[in-house]
Design a protein around this ligand. Structure first.
Ligand SMILES: Nc1nc2c(c(=O)[nH]1)N[C@H]1C(S)=C(S)[C@@H](COP(=O)(O)O)O[C@H]1N2
Ligand SMILES: [Mo]
Length: 221
């Protein structure tokens, strides 16, 4: 104890900084951040997992589910449940940040990385964004750079269980570094487009990108 007390202050500071840097390697998002900044500005933590949608929860069986991948790609394709299972399966651990101010830490996801899907369809050079369409009619848009994030995934399992219908099962998108409205539930189409276009919430006052760390909640006008 007395040894600790006699340590020079400079060493302690160095140790703290080194610890932050080491922890940063395990954090979500495109830029590593110290653990103290895990909760984005204006957010509060919840332990449950709230359900948010437009009031329609389409009942899509695995048998009926299809995902059309189209637009500005070299190899357009339509996935069904079996062909989705044939793709490399990955896991990821990430936090959810909803624009309505709740955040939920440590969600274990399983599914297919968007990076692996991109390898298959090969977006053309002129594609700069995607428009996502879901079975409930919901749409949302993402710049291609965000969609291609190493953490973005077509999710089929949460906490080791099949994704429930209320949370977008059988297949939803999860893009953890953006507000959760970008993570389309009951995904049915990914269209690669030349220029970013607003989806449902983006046409109704929400931000085109939705970075929780920059508090990109609403469109600037
Ligand atoms: N198809 C579809 N996806 C959607 C929505 C929706 O209404 N329909 N709502 C979005 C919003 S606003 C949020 S916050 C999250 C909520 O996901 P959860 O219900 O699993 O928490 O889904 C997003 N994806
Ligand atoms: Mo939301």
């Amino acid at each position: 104890m007395s040894d600790e007390m006699s340590e020079p202050e400079a060493t302690k500071l160095t140790e703290t900084k080194r610890k932050w840097a080491a922890e940063g390697r395990f954090l979500t998002g495109l830029i590593a951040r110290p653990q103290a900044e895990r909760l984005p500005p204006g957010q509060h933590l919840v332990k449950n997992w709230p359900v948010l949608d437009l009031g329609q929860q389409p009942d899509i069986s695995k048998e009926r589910w299809r995902l059309e991948v189209s637009g500005l790609v070299l190899h357009p394709l339509t996935l069904n449940w079996a062909t989705l299972q044939d793709l490399p399966q990955s896991t990821n651990l990430s936090d959810i940040h909803c624009v309505t101010t709740w955040s939920r830490y440590d969600n274990h996801w399983r599914g297919v990385k968007i990076r692996d899907l991109l390898d298959l369809v090969h977006p053309k050079d002129e594609a700069s964004a995607v428009m996502l369409t879901s079975y409930d009619g919901y749409t949302t848009n993402l710049p291609l750079a965000d969609f291609a994030s190493p953490e973005a995934m077509l999710v089929t399992e949460w906490e080791g269980q099949p994704l429930t219908p209320e949370h977008g099962g059988p297949v939803r998108l999860v893009v953890p570094h953006l507000y959760f409205w970008k993570s389309a539930k009951w995904l049915s189409r990914i269209a690669f487009i030349r220029e970013d276009q607003p989806g449902f919430w983006e046409r109704n006052g929400y931000h085109m990108r939705g970075d929780p760390w920059a508090e990109e909640r609403y469109a600037q006008d």
